[in-house]
Design a protein around this ligand. Sequence first.
Ligand SMILES: [Fe+2]
Ligand SMILES: [Fe+2]
Length: 287
Amino acid sequence: MPTNPLTTLFHLSDIHFGLENNLALDWVKQEIAERRPQAVAITGDLTMRARHREFAAACRWIQSLDVPVTVEVGNHDMPYFNLIERMFAPYRRFRAIEGLIEREIDLAGIAIVPLKTAVRAQPRLNWSKGWVSRSALKKCLAAIDALPPGKRALVAAHHPLREVGTKGTALTANGTRALCELARRPVLGVLSGHVHDPFDLIEDTPAGPVRMIGAGTLSQRLRSTPPSFNEITWDGAVLKVRARNLEEVPTRAMQIDDVPENALPPREPGEPVAPVNQVPRTDPPVH
Ligand SMILES: [Fe+2]
Ligand SMILES: [Fe+2]
């Protein structure tokens, strides 16, 4: 039975200002104005190439929302062309938005806790992939462990902590270890982006199951599904996730096809089940 009033959170990701989808952003802004979620969580890749003008456009849009917003750093949010700045001050441009965002947001019964998965460099050729450093995991776990009794965590990361069957990959190093640690704690789910397609699944670990929730993209860099975001509700007992999309493709068709049946968000009453191949497809962009 529900024990609390309904908490609504909008989970957005991969807006990629510089290559954003303005039609999608106008739609989301309108939805936020109408539904008044208690918070908006953006799981990284706010910009395309971390250009100053892209962060400025992101700031203007976030400021126009008039709701608490938190943003994780994505691999696209560090300097791309200026390697010296990337090495010595990778988050300086991202931190320019700090005054606009609440890094950690407390909702009724839930705290949004960040886990950084984007790094300035790593010992493999593709630096866009995920990496959970020891210090990033330690910081996240300490924040969860410091929550008051009864409070649950929604962890917000940029990269999915393991592969989820989408066209895009995250290949997150140390992701399995992180999932295992999160499974030992009061974690309702791990929010992420990066792969540009939504998903909602349960990952089994030796320490128990962890729910992984991915938001699609609001950019022009589409993979398999239209521009979308996740509408998440929490009634104190059940966390529901509904992928909302600009083209109003039925919810079930917005999920990737290897999602366990019991992990899918419930269908709306009367909502048809469309086969996955009805989802408009585009060629995958180079990431
Ligand atoms: Fe992205
Ligand atoms: Fe990314």
